[in-house]
Structures are given as structure tokens and as C-alpha cells.
Design a protein around this ligand. Structure first.
Ligand code: SAH
Ligand code: SF4
Length: 409
């Protein structure tokens, strides 16, 4: 007899604890739920529904479930938003679909392209809330990453992050999360979805925009399952990275269900400092975070966990910090992204010097890890990390205060 299959009592206790925490997180997340995906005249948005849900709404209007496959193809493979363009569907059914449903996109409030070709979108959703999405093209090749927001605002108030100064308004729905990617693809006219090995311009998704994706797990997971579906957008899980400030109990679930790449916003190597600059650390300290990384199933040599480390002058950028970082990640297939701090008005932090950055990177590389220094992109349009905060809100406030002063435009 072997008892290998039975979990040890300590791992069982951890599971139970995490399960309780997960329930609490999901209950809290529900308080910030997005509005139902419905137009004022009662038409249901088909974007953001799972395949099963799509079948169900089609059955509700008297159609056969197989229609879901056809409609799915038009929405996610062809990128069509108008039922009358779904040419394999007969006219009467096209009309019926138009009567009951829509295929939505968020509307574009602003679209700016930086000198370095980074493109920032401010998207507006049906209830008027807005969120930012950024396309960051690769410098060498015709491909790039779409940085997607998961919430309007953020509850977590990391001290170096501009988004953290905007309190959480609400979670984004699955339609709004997928919608950001689809609307960005509209802008580059990248439809139909490239298949198999065909190169893609919008080739990866990074959940690194506004918000904490693991505090809106259900909607994020649903959206990513849609994006990965092989008969639609068909993006491989290897091309999706979720960044978290360390919501430990949800990391396990994300690993089990989605197995997409993980990025951890580490930023400090002692609990004392991390408690201060990433306040979530008080709940899930570094040891628990690293243990969750070790459990993460996608971690293997080909799929390393990324540790993001923002370089703050005189705060977290010493040689000793670098050595401790190496010690913490030992044994985890990992790479470290060093992010020079992007200053924003009102923040007291300063970016580390170039020499410090180079030295810090060298210590990590000497230990055998890759440690690229992330050059800020789209600086001229405030598209860089941590600067994604709805500019239009600021603008509206300025105009309300002084209607003639457009200095912030
Ligand atoms: N909430 C998640 C996802 C947002 S990712 C998370 O924190 O991981 C946003 C990334 O930009 C994070 O790594 C964050 O730490 C980093 N960031 C925030 N403010 C920044 C700033 N001012 N300069 C550089 N990077 C910043
Ligand atoms: Fe929220 Fe991430 Fe910004 Fe922290 S760094 S405030 S978790 S968006």
C-alpha cells in the first residue's frame, strides 16, 4: 500500500485555508460586478459569453445549438460585428439575431500613437466607465503585446503606482476584457484571426493594465478562455501573461484552470519593505508568495515565471537586494524584468541610476537568470507602466473647474 496520493495534513490545511480565502475574495469581487451586458432596448451582447452560454441564448430564441459554432466563428475568427455580414447564415436568421442580440465593441474615446509606435486606447463601456489598453509593438519584428486592463481603478494602492491612486470603481466584464483585444485588432485591421503559425501583429496579451486581475478572476478567466478557443481568436496560453501583485489563493486556481504565464510584481525582497510599497504583502507575505510560485504548474524551463522588479533609487536597488532576490527565486524557472520607475506628478520616488540598474542586473545574470531592463515605451503619451490612469477623468475635472483652461489637454 502506498499513501502517496493522500495529501499531507499540512498541504490539506493549506488547501482549506486557500479555499476559504478564495471564497472571500470572490464574494468581495462580486460587489464590484460589471453591469449586465445588455443594450437599453434589451438586446443581449454575445461577446463575452462562453460557448455553452452562447448555445443557451440561441436555444432560447428557438435555434438549434449547432448555430453557436457558426456564430462563434463569425464573432471571434472573422471579427464581424454586423449579423448581416455573416454570409453563411440565411437572411431571416440574420434578421432574427439582429432583433435579439448585438456583437459589441467598447467605443474609442481616444487613440494615441507614440513616437515609438506604442498605441494607447482609452475605451468607453456601455455605462460610461473607461479603461486603457496599450499595444506595444516589438522593436525588431512585426508583432507585439496588447496590455489589457482588468478593472476600472484598483483596490491595492501600491505606493509607486499611479493606477493605485484611483480607487476601484468596478470590475470589467468578460465582454469588456475580450473587447479591448478585439477593438485593438480592429484598429490594426487584423481580421480574420491568423491561424496556426501565421504571424500575428497583436501576438501576445499581457494582463498588466489597470487593476489586479486576480481580484476579478471569474471575468478574466472567462475572457481568456474565449481568447484561447481554437475556433476563434485561438491565442495560445503561452502567449498570455497574467501579472499579479500576489493574490496567493487565486494563483493556485489560475494555474489549475488556465495555466497561462505568470508574472509576479515582487518589487521588494524583505517583508518590511514590501509591506510598505505593495500593501497586499501584509496579507500574503513573501514566503507564501514564493511557495505559491513553486506550486504554479506552468513553471518549467520553457515557461518561466517572470518577476517584475521596479527599480526605486535608494529604496530597493542595492547589491544586497539583488543577492536576496536571487536567493528567493532559486529553484524556480524564472526571469527578472527590471522596470525603471516611471515618475508621475505627486510621487516621491526616483528612478535608479543607469549604473545601479546595470550592476543590479549583472548580479542577477551572474546567478544564471535573465534580467532584461524594460525600457519605458510610449512615454510621450503616458502609456508606460503604472501611468495608466484615465486621463479623461482628469481632463473633465480640469474643464469643470475652469471651462476655458484646456492646458491639460
Ligand atoms: N495589478 C497587477 C497588474 C498591473 S501590472 C500587478 O500589479 O501586477 C502593472 C505593472 O506596472 C506592475 O508590475 C506594477 O508594479 C508596474 N508599475 C506600477 N507603477 C509603476 C511605475 N510608476 N513605474 C514602473 N512600473 C510601474
Ligand atoms: Fe494595483 Fe498593480 Fe498598481 Fe498595485 S501595481 S496599485 S496592484 S495596478
Amino acid at each position: 500500500m502506498t499513501n502517496l496520493a493522500a495529501p499531507s495534513s499540512s498541504s490539506q490545511a493549506l488547501n482549506d485555508l486557500n479555499e476559504t480565502e478564495r471564497k472571500r475574495i470572490l464574494a468581495k469581487s462580486a460587489l464590484f460586478a460589471p453591469p449586465t451586458a445588455m443594450t437599453e432596448d434589451g438586446r443581449r451582447d454575445l461577446v463575452g459569453l462562453s460557448r455553452e452560454e452562447l448555445e443557451a441564448v440561441l436555444t432560447d430564441i428557438g435555434e438549434k445549438p449547432f448555430r453557436a459554432k457558426q456564430v462563434w466563428h463569425w464573432i471571434y475568427h472573422q471579427g464581424v460585428t454586423d449579423f448581416s455580414k455573416m454570409s453563411t447564415i440565411a437572411k431571416p436568421l440574420q434578421n432574427k439575431l439582429t432583433e435579439h442580440f448585438i456583437v459589441s465593441r467598447p467605443s474609442v474615446t481616444t487613440e494615441q500613437t507614440s513616437k515609438d509606435n506604442t498605441r494607447k486606447f482609452l475605451f468607453r463601456f456601455r455605462d460610461g466607465q473607461e479603461a486603457e489598453t496599450v499595444y506595444i509593438p516589438d522593436r525588431q519584428e512585426d508583432r507585439g503585446a496588447v496590455c489589457i486592463s482588468s478593472q476600472v481603478g484598483c483596490t491595492l494602492s501600491c505606493t509607486f503606482c499611479h493606477t493605485g491612486t484611483q480607487k476601484l470603481v468596478r470590475n470589467l466584464g468578460a465582454a469588456e476584457i475580450v473587447g479591448q483585444f478585439m477593438a485593438a485588432r480592429d484598429s490594426y485591421k487584423e481580421w480574420p484571426s491568423p491561424k496556426g503559425e501565421t504571424p500575428r501583429l497583436l501576438s501576445t496579451i499581457v494582463l498588466m493594465g489597470m487593476g489586479e486581475p486576480l481580484y476579478n478572476y471569474e471575468n478574466v478567466a472567462k475572457a481568456m478562455k474565449i481568447v484561447m478557443d481554437g475556433e476563434g481568436i485561438a491565442l495560445s496560453r503561452r502567449r498570455i501573461t497574467l501579472s499579479t501583485s500576489g493574490v496567493v489563493p487565486m494563483m493556485d486556481r489560475c494555474g489549475d484552470e488556465l495555466a497561462i504565464n505568470l508574472a509576479i510584481s515582487l518589487h521588494a525582497v524583505t517583508n518590511e519593505l514590501r509591506d510598505e510599497i505593495v500593501p497586499l504583502n501584509r496579507k500574503y507575505p513573501i514566503e507564501e508568495l514564493m511557495a505559491a510560485c513553486r506550486r504554479y504548474p506552468a513553471a518549467s524551463n520553457s515557461r518561466r515565471i517572470t518577476f517584475e522588479y521596479i527599480m526605486l533609487r535608494g529604496i530597493n536597488d542595492s547589491d544586497a537586494d539583488a543577492r536576496e532576490l536571487v536567493r528567493l527565486i532559486r529553484g524556480i524557472p524564472a526571469k527578472v524584468n527590471l522596470i525603471p520607475f516611471n515618475p508621475w506628478p505627486g510621487s516621491d520616488f526616483k528612478p535608479s541610476t543607469k549604473e545601479r540598474l546595470a550592476r543590479f542586473a549583472q548580479i542577477i545574470m551572474d546567478a544564471g537568470y535573465s534580467a532584461p531592463i524594460r525600457m519605458p515605451r510610449g512615454r510621450d503619451i503616458l502609456a508606460a507602466c503604472g501611468q495608466l490612469k484615465t486621463q479623461s477623468e482628469k481632463l473633465r475635472r480640469t474643464i469643470a473647474k475652469n471651462p476655458d483652461d484646456k492646458s491639460e489637454i
